[in-house]
Design a binder for this molecule. Structure first.
Ligand code: NAP
Length: 247
């Protein structure tokens, strides 16, 4: 559908779920893709599957929330990382619980991965985009960052933060022809939602106007669109992929 030949993409949280599907689809459309996750084995397996299908993929083991690791990886091959055209900030975790019982550690871990990680990587990668006067930054937020959700103050705060970060950065770099957008998935079938009880899942489905949970393909299509050259007049936008759950 879109042609990403000669473009280099970096996708965080690419070993499974949404990030893995986004990586597969970018590679299938011609991009050279760098897949990032904390697990070396899982991310290498995801990259190998892309290579087996004829794509160009490189696996990188890194915890996006650890500044020293981000710096170490990106400084290991500065020429390569200066040439990233598409950055998909997708790595994310949940540590749910009601505020009154939430451990400080659960608050910190979620903010560190979901928000600090995006800040650390984007700050490094954007420099090359500014120099080359081209770039697409795609940040994965969530429907709950727009609507709120009980039991997730840490996650919701991080995802609302992603939206604010997106809009501020979009204004900072627009003059350099770089677009910065967010994708807000609704409840999507991945490991993140697999632990939901089937009663909760049924209740969720019935609250979605399109009466189903999202798939990783639904989200990946939106990412590819907003990352394409064709979407060059869209910036600071939050694209909802939620079956109508929040409008
Ligand atoms: P997932 O299946 O749990 O996958 C998460 C990915 O992030 C994995 O590849 C994981 O690999 C990686 N990751 C986690 N922490 C990391 C870290 N510190 N550094 C590097 N990689 C890290 O999750 P998903 O459902 O695909 O979610 C992807 C994104 O979509 C997240 O930002 C999530 O908040 C958002 N989202 C999901 C849903 C949903 O319903 N699924 C809805 C709205 C938004 P390792 O464990 O190996 O690091």
């Amino acid at each position: 559908m879109y042609d990403f030949s000669d473009q280099v993409a970096l996708v965080t949280g690419a070993s499974r779920g949404i990030g893995r599907k986004v990586s597969e689809q970018l590679a299938a459309a011609g991009a050279r893709v760098v897949l990032v996750s904390r697990s070396q084995v899982a991310v290498e397996e995801a990259a190998e599957e892309i290579r087996q299908a004829g794509g160009d993929a490189k696996a990188v083991q890194m915890d996006v929330g650890q500044l020293d690791q981000v710096r170490q990886v990106l400084s290991s091959d500065p020429e390569f990382f200066k040439n990233i055209d598409i950055l998909v900030n997708n790595a994310g975790i949940t540590r749910d619980g009601l505020l009154v019982r939430m451990k400080t550690e659960d608050w910190r871990q979620v903010l560190t991965t979901n928000l600090d990680g995006m800040f650390y990587i984007t700050r490094e990668i954007i420099t090359g985009m500014i120099r080359r006067r081209y770039g697409r930054v795609v940040n994965i937020t969530s429907v709950v960052g727009q609507m709120g959700n009980p039991g997730q103050v840490n996650y919701v705060a991080s995802k609302a933060g992603v939206i604010g970060f997106t809009k501020a950065l979009a204004r900072e770099v627009a003059s350099r022809k770089i677009t910065v957008n967010a994708i807000a998935p609704g409840f999507t079938k991945t490991d993140m939602t697999v632990q939901l009880a089937s009663a909760v899942r049924d209740q969720l489905k019935s609250s979605v106007p399109l009466k189903r949970l999202g798939t990783v393909e639904d989200v990946a299509h939106g990412v590819l669109f907003i990352a394409s050259r064709e979407a060059g007049y869209i910036t600071g936008h939050v694209l909802n992929i939620n079956g109508g759950m929040y409008m």
